[in-house]
Design a protein around this ligand. Structure first.
Ligand SMILES: O=P(O)(O)OC[C@H]1O[C@H](OP(=O)(O)OP(=O)(O)O)[C@H](O)[C@@H]1O
Ligand SMILES: NC(=O)CC[C@H](N)C(=O)O
Ligand SMILES: [Mg+2]
Length: 504
C-alpha cells in the first residue's frame, strides 16, 4: 500500500499534487515524491519522510508544469532506508518516462534477470517498482509505430505489460511530450480512481478522498486491467488491456488501509467498517454475555466505526478510553518491530477512569503481529480494569501478504500456527473474539452501492490463504522476504544496495 496521484491540467499542478499527497499520507509515511513536466522536461523532488517534511517552499518552486505525479511510500519490497527507492522512478528511454506504483510484483526477481539478459536493461535498486518501469519502457518502445506515439500504441504496451508482470499494481506514469498513463492490475487488487475538476483537470488517485479533498468530482474507479491515457490536449482515452479481468480488490483496504471517507469500487469504506461491527456483535454475544461488559472502548484510529456499531447493537456504553497523540503516525506501517512497539505507547494513552474496576471490551479493526493489542491490554490492566476482553473486526491474519502490505513472513503473524486460545494467552486478554472470514466478506460486500461495478470476490489472502493471482509459491514468499532490506523482518544488511548481478 502506497498512495499515488497523477494530474493533467491547464494550470500548474505542484500544489495540487502536494495537497492530494497529504490526503493520502495514511497510505505511506516513509518517503514522498513529486515529478512535474514542462516542455518535455521532468522536474522531480523525492526524499525520505512525510509529505510536510519532504517539500519545502524551494522544492515546490522547482516543480513547474501542468502535468505531474506524486507518491507516498510504504515500502513492501527492496530497501526501506533507501532514498533512491523513494518514488517516482525515472528512465530516459523511450521518450522519457516517470512512474509511481502502489502494489507489489510477485515475479520481480525473475523479471529483473530477464530485463538484464533479454532486454539489456539496468536495474539499480531492489525496488520492484523500478523493474515495473523498465518493463513498461521496453514494451512502449516495442509498441511504438511512428511518432508521435498514439493511444493505441500505448494500450498495446500495457497489454504486453499485463502479460509479463504478476502481482498487484496500480500505476501512474508520464511519457514526456505525450501524456499521462494510468492502469490497474487485472484483478484490481490495489485501488485507483479518476475524477475531474471544474476547469477540466483530470486527477487519478489511489482513493476518492484525494479527489474530494482537492475539489475534484469523482467520476469512477479504473476497472481491473483497464488503462487510461490522457494526451497533451487533455483528451482521455480508455481501453481494457487485460485478457480476462476480474474485480477482486484487497479486502484489507476496507478493514484498515483506506480512509473511512473514501469509496473504493463502489464500496464505502465507512459503511464496510460499520457492517463489520454489526457482524462482530453476533460473535461477541455468542462468547461473552453483554451484561458482563461494562464499557466498549475502541483502539484508535481505524476501529472506531466498527466499535460504535458494536456498542450500539449490544446496548453497552461506548467510551473513548485511549487518547491518540495525533503527531505520531500509523504504527502498523512503520518499518521494524522495535519502532512499532515503542510507538504504540507513545501514540496511545489511557483515561484511567474509564477502566478502573470495569469489565472492558476493547475493539480493534485487526490484529496482525499483536504489537498493538499486547501493549493495549496491559495498559488497560495497569489502569485498573477488572476484565479485559478483546474483539477484532477482522478474522485472524494467518498468511503472508504479497500484494503490497508489509507482512511478508508467516512467523511474524501472531495468529499463524496458533489456536485462538493460544493467541489470547499471548496477548493476555480474558476473552478474544475474532470476526469470521465469510462474515467479513459478506459485511464488506453489503456496503456496495447499487451502481457499483460487478464484484467477483476479494483478495483476502492474509485471512484465507487464497492468492487471487494464483501464482504465489512458497519460493516467491521466501524471495520477497529476502529482498527486504532495512526492516527487522527483512535482511539486516542495510548496505546491500544492490548492483545487479548478471548471474542472477
Ligand atoms: O497487531 P498489530 O501488528 O499491532 O497491527 C494491527 C494494528 O495496527 C493498526 O493500527 P495503526 O496504529 O497502524 O493505525 P490506526 O491509527 O489507523 O489504527 C491496526 O488498526 C491495528 O490497531
Ligand atoms: N506498498 C506499496 O505499494 C509499495 C510499492 C513498492 N513495492 C515499494 O516497495 O516501494
Ligand atoms: Mg489501529
Amino acid at each position: 500500500m502506497c498512495g499515488i496521484v497523477g494530474v493533467a491540467s491547464n494550470a500548474p499542478v505542484n500544489q495540487l499534487i502536494y495537497d492530494a499527497l497529504l490526503l493520502l499520507q495514511h497510505r505511506g509515511q516513509d518517503a514522498a515524491g513529486i515529478v512535474t513536466q514542462l516542455d518535455r522536461k521532468f522536474f522531480m523532488h523525492k526524499a525520505k519522510g512525510m509529505v510536510r517534511d519532504v517539500f519545502r517552499t524551494r522544492n515546490m518552486r522547482a516543480l513547474p508544469g501542468n502535468n505531474g505525479l506524486g507518491q507516498v511510500r510504504y515500502p513492501t519490497a527492496g530497501n526501506a532506508f533507501s532514498e533512491e527507492e523513494a518514488q517516482p522512478f525515472y528512465v530516459n528511454a523511450p521518450f522519457g518516462l516517470v512512474l509511481v506504483h502502489n502494489g507489489n510484483l510477485t515475479n520481480a526477481h525473475a523479471l529483473k534477470a530477464e530485463l538484464f539478459s533479454e532486454d539489456h536493461r539496468h536495474i539499480n535498486t531492489e525496488s520492484d517498482s523500478e523493474v515495473l518501469l523498465n518493463v513498461l519502457a521496453h514494451e512502449i518502445d516495442k509498441a511504438t509505430r511512428g511518432l508521435p506515439l498514439k493511444p493505441d500504441d500505448v494500450f498495446e504496451s500495457v497489454r504486453r505489460v499485463h502479460r509479463r508482470i504478476q502481482g498487484s499494481y496500480a500505476v501512474i506514469s508520464m511519457i514526456a511530450g505525450h501524456g499521462l498513463l494510468a492502469f490497474r492490475d487485472p484483478f484490481g487488487i490495489r485501488p485507483l480512481c479518476i475524477g475531474r475538476g471544474a476547469d477540466g483537470t483530470y486527477m487519478v488517485a489511489s482513493e476518492s478522498v484525494a479527489l474530494d479533498g482537492t475539489g475534484h468530482v469523482f467520476e469512477r474507479d479504473i476497472a481491473p486491467g483497464e488503462a487510461v491515457f490522457i494526451d497533451l490536449a487533455g483528451k482521455a482515452h480508455f481501453m481494457q488491456c487485460a485478457d480476462a479481468p476480474q474485480l477482486k480488490p484487497c479486502i484489507f483496504e476496507y478493514v484498515y488501509l483506506a480512509r473511512p471517507d473514501s469509496t473504493m469500487d463502489g464500496i464505502s469504506v465507512y459503511q464496510a467498517r460499520l457492517n463489520l461491527g454489526e457482524t462482530l456483535a453476533k460473535r461477541v454475544v455468542s462468547m461473552v454475555p453483554p451484561t458482563d461488559i461494562d464499557v466498549i472502548i475502541p483502539i484508535p484510529e481505524s476501529s472506531r466505526p466498527s466499535a460504535t456499531q458494536l456498542a450500539h447493537l449490544l446496548g453497552v456504553p461506548y467510551r473513548e478510553g485511549f487518547v491518540k497523540n495525533r503527531y505520531v503516525g500509523r504504527t502498523f506501517i512503520m518499518p521494524g518491530q522495535g519502532v512499532r512497539k515503542k510507538s504504540v505507547r507513545q501514540k496511545l494513552n489511557v483515561i484511567a477512569s474509564e477502566f478502573k474496576g470495569r469489565n472492558v471490551l476493547l475493539v480493534d479493526d485487526s490484529i496482525v503481529r499483536g504489537t498493538t493489542s499486547k501493549e493495549i491490554v496491559q495498559m488497560a490492566r495497569d489502569a485498573g480494569a477488572r476484565k479485559v476482553y478483546l474483539a477484532s473486526a477482522a478474522p485472524p491474519v494467518r498468511f503472508p501478504n504479497v500484494y503490497g502490505i508489509d507482512m511478508p513472513t508467516p512467523e511474524e503473524l501472531v495468529a499463524h500456527n496458533r489456536t485462538i486460545d493460544e493467541v489470547r494467552d499471548l496477548i493476555g486478554c480474558d476473552a478474544l473474539i475474532y470476526q469470521d472470514v465469510d462474515a467479513m466478506k459478506q459485511a464488506v460486500r453489503a456496503a456496495m452501492a447499487s451502481d457499483a461495478p460487478a464484484l467477483d470476490g476479494f483478495d483476502a489472502s492474509c485471512f484465507d490463504g487464497v492468492y487471487v493471482t494464483g501464482d504465489v509459491s512458497a519460493g516467491d514468499i521466501v524471495r520477497l522476504n529476502e529482498k527486504r532490506v532495512g526492516t527487522e523482518e527483512g535482511a539486516e544488511d542495510n548496505s546491500r544496495l544492490a548492483l545487479p548481478n548478471p548471474s542472477e
